[in-house]
Design a protein around this ligand. Structure first.
Ligand code: NAP
Length: 286
């Protein structure tokens, strides 16, 4: 099997370009089974969050997979209520404890709300102390990233944002590349919204490569240099989503997919005041 392609973050840390996301895997046994299978199948990047409530299940899978810890790139995220100087370090320790790990590969500020400045200073300290190999943000619009670049000591290594064929983030990627912040896609399939898996244009391209729509979308992200973390609870789809290294989309196919961009979220806009209020009121076990 070909090795999983990787990207190198601005601090030299190597990150796989393809991994598994575990959002909405709320059944602990199911989550442990899926992550264990994924690791045994060759996945080396697992994306969880304190807010997903499944860090323990992920930690159990990592231990029982038999894969050496150093080979796995583990990401978790800080929830809004834990953002703030002093609070963030404690939240980080709780996440590590639930994951039963002694260091993290990537720690992200999950949402651009609350005391993200205090949170970042705690994260910088943990990074400098060697407890985290890379630190980053999520759902940050480019102006928020620029603010961090201008006013924080350590520049974010990653920004994880909604990215799929209907919301391609072309301008954001250009900006992030210019500033050496790695872009990571969440929701690579838009969770199936807008009939993504039945989309005629994507189906035509898939047919011509004897691949699935899911594989075409992941291949499109890989060719753009965007890290993808598709979620699936099904063993056959874990294998399907990994089998994207034996074909390539042509420039013409990349252009055809580029035309599907609506430049709007399929979920919600993080800058909408109603969203800021709703997410900030979400109580999540941390
Ligand atoms: P997604 O990966 O776009 O879509 C997941 C959906 O696609 C599931 O319903 C899954 O169903 C289905 N699916 C997966 N592989 C498939 C295949 N080969 N063929 C057909 N259907 C397939 O959605 P997501 O979970 O929202 O995003 C991925 C990850 O990004 C999350 O798990 C999480 O780690 C991260 N994320 C982060 C944020 C953030 O704010 N930072 C927000 C959302 C997500 P089955 O499970 O039934 O296969």
């Amino acid at each position: 099997m070909n090795a999983i392609p990787t990207t190198t973050l601005h601090n030299g840390v190597v990150m796989p370009l393809l991994g598994l996301g575990v959002f909405q895997m709320t059944d602990a046994d199911e989550c442990t089974r899926v992550v264990t299978e994924a690791l045994q199948m060759g996945y080396r990047l697992i994306d969880t969050a304190a807010g997903y409530g499944n860090e323990e299940a992920v930690g159990r899978a990592i231990r029982q997979s038999g894969v050496p810890r150093a080979e796995i790139f583990v990401t978790t995220k800080l929830w809004i209520s834990d953002a703030g100087a002093g609070r963030t370090q404690a939240a980080f320790e709780r996440s590590l404890q639930r994951l039963q790990l002694d260091y993290l590969d990537l720690y992200l500020i999950h949402q651009p709300y609350g005391d993200v400045y205090g949170a970042w200073r705690d994260m910088e300290a943990l990074y400098q102390a060697g407890r985290i190999r890379a630190i980053g943000v999520s759902n940050f619009a480019t102006d928020r990233v620029m603010d961090f670049l201008m006013h924080q000591q350590v520049a974010p290594m990653v920004n994880q944002i909604e990215t799929h064929p209907f919301c391609q983030q072309i301008e954001a990627q250009r900006f992030l590349q210019e500033h050496r912040v790695q872009m990571q896609s969440w929701g690579p399939f838009a969770e199936g919204r807008n009939n993504l898996f039945q989309h005629e244009v994507l189906q035509d391209i898939a047919r011509s490569h004897a691949k699935s729509v899911a594989q075409v979308v992941l291949r499109w992200l890989l060719q753009r240099g965007v890290v993808a973390i598709p979620k699936t609870g099904k063993r056959e789809r874990l294998a399907e989503n990994m089998a994207v290294r034996d074909f390539a989309l042509t420039d013409a196919e990349m252009q055809t997919i580029a035309a599907l961009d609506t430049q709007t979220s399929s979920f919600f806009d993080h800058r909408d005041p109603a969203v800021v209020m709703r997410l900030s009121q979400l109580v999540r076990a941390t």
